[in-house]
Design a protein around this ligand. Structure first.
Ligand code: UDP
Ligand code: MG
Length: 141
């Protein structure tokens, strides 16, 4: 079973669409293995998006990510990294496919409601950024 990190960003939490996002994961057979709400500091946001530190949108993105509470989750399922990215849609909501979270809810290339890890390597480091092993549940058989 694969795991990935999902974040409902401050725009999604603030607009009250967290339930809708989580519902889409559950309806698509994805298990929520861990969840927490937190309000990141600027330093935490910069650490999380360190890979983008040289990009022109870095300051604005990290300001946005610490502008309000987020919901971080560990999603679990077969091929869940790719499955989550498909459910999320393209980074730019204008290019996102019909029926995706970003197509339906994003308002801006930055304020695009959700984050999802993009590879097994980033999933491992991003999950560890928010959760320790005792906070991630096993599926009940
Ligand atoms: N972003 C932005 N402007 C851009 C590209 C990205 O503000 O031109 C923001 C957006 O919130 C995006 C995040 O930076 O989700 C991380 O960018 P990435 O390319 O990793 O997109 P993602 O993996 O989230 O689809
Ligand atoms: Mg990314």
């Amino acid at each position: 079973m694969e795991q990935t990190l999902s974040i409902i960003k401050p725009d999604g939490v603030g607009r009250g669409i967290a339930g809708e996002v989580i519902s889409r994961f559950e309806k698509n057979g994805i298990r929520i293995a861990a969840v927490k709400m937190l309000h990141m500091t600027k330093a935490q946001a910069k650490g999380f998006y360190d890979v983008h530190r040289e990009r022109p949108f870095f300051e604005s993105l990290t300001d946005f990510m610490c502008s309000g509470p987020i919901i971080a989750m560990v999603l679990e399922g077969e091929n869940v990294i790719e499955k989550n990215r498909t459910l999320m849609g393209a980074t730019n909501f204008k290019e996102a496919a019909e029926g995706t979270i970003r197509k339906d809810f994003a308002t801006d290339i930055e304020k695009n409601v959700v984050h999802g890890s993009d590879s097994p390597e980033t999933a491992t480091t991003e999950i560890a950024y928010f959760f320790n092993k005792f906070e991630i549940t096993d599926a009940v058989s």
